[in-house]
Each structure stands twice: as structure tokens, then as C-alpha cells.
Design a protein. Structure first.
Length: 120
């Protein structure tokens, strides 16, 4: 049985400037996974760096509220909502609340640095 605690995951600043902790990744544990799962935090008033992934991504909003931007669309998001982000489309999220915006990121197939492009 594999169980991992969030507090045991190393915190780092991701390429999109969110505070990230990687929970599951097939390259980092002896697990038969296609996807990766990370916990992200964005401080109040902050915006993630616009970027594109070659793979699909899903955000599940745990706490807070924000404004999700995918391509030319933008919508308010809040705790309890899920957002599907198609491959190869510019995306970013802004924390529009007064507390941390916390969300899970699922990337399928698993996230790889070479699959991410930071946009101007």
C-alpha cells in the first residue's frame, strides 16, 4: 500500500510560479501510473505564469477562489470545482480572493519539463 503525506513532499516554485508539492509521479516512486498529481498554492493577488502543456491537465480547487484563463476564455472558480485544460492551449490562474488559492493538478500523461512551454 502506498500512502504519502503532503507535509512529506518537498515544496518548490514551479515554472508557472505556483508553490508546488508533487504527490504522485511515475518517475518518483515505484508506481504504475500514467498521470502525475501535485498540490499547488497561489498567494492572494498572485497570478500563475501563462503556459501551455503538450498534455491535458485538470485543476481541482480545494480552497479559495480565482479566475481561470484558458485560451481566450476566463471564468471564476471556487472551492469544489474542477477545471479541464486541453493540451496545447495557453492557461493561467489568478488568485482573486484574500486567502491562499489551493488546488490539485492532475497531468495525463505525467508532467515532464519538456512538455511545458512558458508563454510571454
Amino acid at each position: 500500500m502506498f500512502i504519502k503525506d503532503l507535509k512529506d513532499c518537498e515544496e518548490f516554485i514551479a515554472g508557472d510560479n505556483t508553490i508546488l508539492r508533487e504527490l504522485l509521479h511515475p518517475d518518483k516512486a515505484d508506481l504504475q501510473l500514467r498521470y502525475s498529481l501535485a498540490h499547488a498554492v497561489l498567494k492572494p493577488g498572485k497570478t500563475s505564469q501563462p503556459h501551455k502543456l503538450k498534455t491535458s491537465e485538470v485543476y481541482y480547487i480545494l480552497e479559495g477562489k480565482g479566475e481561470m484563463h484558458i485560451g481566450k476564455e476566463s471564468k471564476e472558480v471556487k472551492s469544489g470545482q474542477v477545471v479541464y485544460i486541453p493540451p496545447n492551449i495557453k492557461q493561467y490562474i489568478k488568485n482573486s480572493g484574500d486567502s491562499d488559492l489551493k488546488f490539485l493538478c492532475i497531468v495525463d500523461p505525467a508532467w515532464r519539463k519538456e512538455d511545458e512551454e512558458i508563454c510571454p
